[in-house]
Design a protein around this ligand. Structure first.
Ligand SMILES: [Zn+2]
Length: 241
């Protein structure tokens, strides 16, 4: 309690053991900005065992392998796994898992029924690719929770995984909520096996990322209206009685 209060006032101190897992603020912005289509991925994770209140936190980046595979390798090699103790894992990923990682995650979880996994993602990785879409669906169908990061998750990651400057505990980057809502809408399309409706294009000269919606009848029919309306970009047809 005291440590976190002190950290809030002055930023993480030099001898703070949590510094090892913290990345610099500019790195956080580069990795987790919903509009920054940076190639490499970054993972923050939290592990909780049984009824213990202790949370193990760490972070990882892509090496020659994707971060998800690195996590599985590290977890498997470091932990003497006891299947009688439940284990809950939370990931904060800059990109959603690709289909190959999705497959590896499912294999990892199928061997460990006492593990639950919740994944928050900042962006959907190559979301037009059918294999990636199927990979995410398979993960969700096997019990993994996948959600798009919201402001509360950005706030949480900033406080726990970023070496924020002194006094800037609450200065996590504010991204327009619209981008998160568009990704959430697209994630819904993936879950419902609908065609993509979010089109992302990049103007390389101006470093501009453009988001556009291409909704078809099936989207209007299948996606709950409140999710469509939440984007603020769509007006549903009115029914006059
Ligand atoms: Zn991958």
């Amino acid at each position: 309690m005291l440590r976190s209060a002190i950290a809030g006032l002055y930023g993480p101190s030099a001898d703070d053991p949590t510094l090892r897992r913290r990345i610099e603020p500019w790195e956080f912005e580069m990795f987790f900005d919903p509009k920054e289509l940076r190639k490499e991925a970054c993972l923050f994770y939290e592990i909780k065992w049984g009824t213990s209140h202790r949370i193990w936190r760490n972070s990882g980046k892509n090496t020659s392998k994707h971060v998800e595979l690195n996590f599985i390798e590290k977890f498997t090699s470091e932990r003497h796994f006891s299947s009688s103790i439940s284990c809950s894992i939370i990931w904060f990923l800059s990109w959603s898992p690709c289909w190959e990682c999705s497959k590896a995650i499912r294999e990892f979880l199928s061997q460990r029924p006492s593990v639950t996994l919740v994944i928050y993602v900042a962006r959907l990785y190559w979301h037009m690719d059918q294999q990636n879409r199927q990979g995410l669906r398979d993960l969700i169908n096997s019990g993994v929770t996948i959600q798009i990061m919201r402001p509360s998750e950005y706030d949480h990651c900033w406080r726990n995984f970023v070496n924020y400057p002194p006094g800037k505990e609450a200065h996590w980057p504010r991204y327009p909520p619209l981008w998160m809502k568009l990704y959430a809408l697209e994630l819904h399309c993936i879950i419902l096996s609908l065609p993509p409706c979010l089109i992302i294009s990049r103007r390389s000269q101006k470093q501009l990322t453009l988001f556009r919606l291409a909704l078809q009848n099936c989207h209007y029919q299948m996606i709950p209206p409140h999710i469509l309306l939440a984007t603020g970009l769509i007006q549903l047809p009115m029914t006059w009685r």
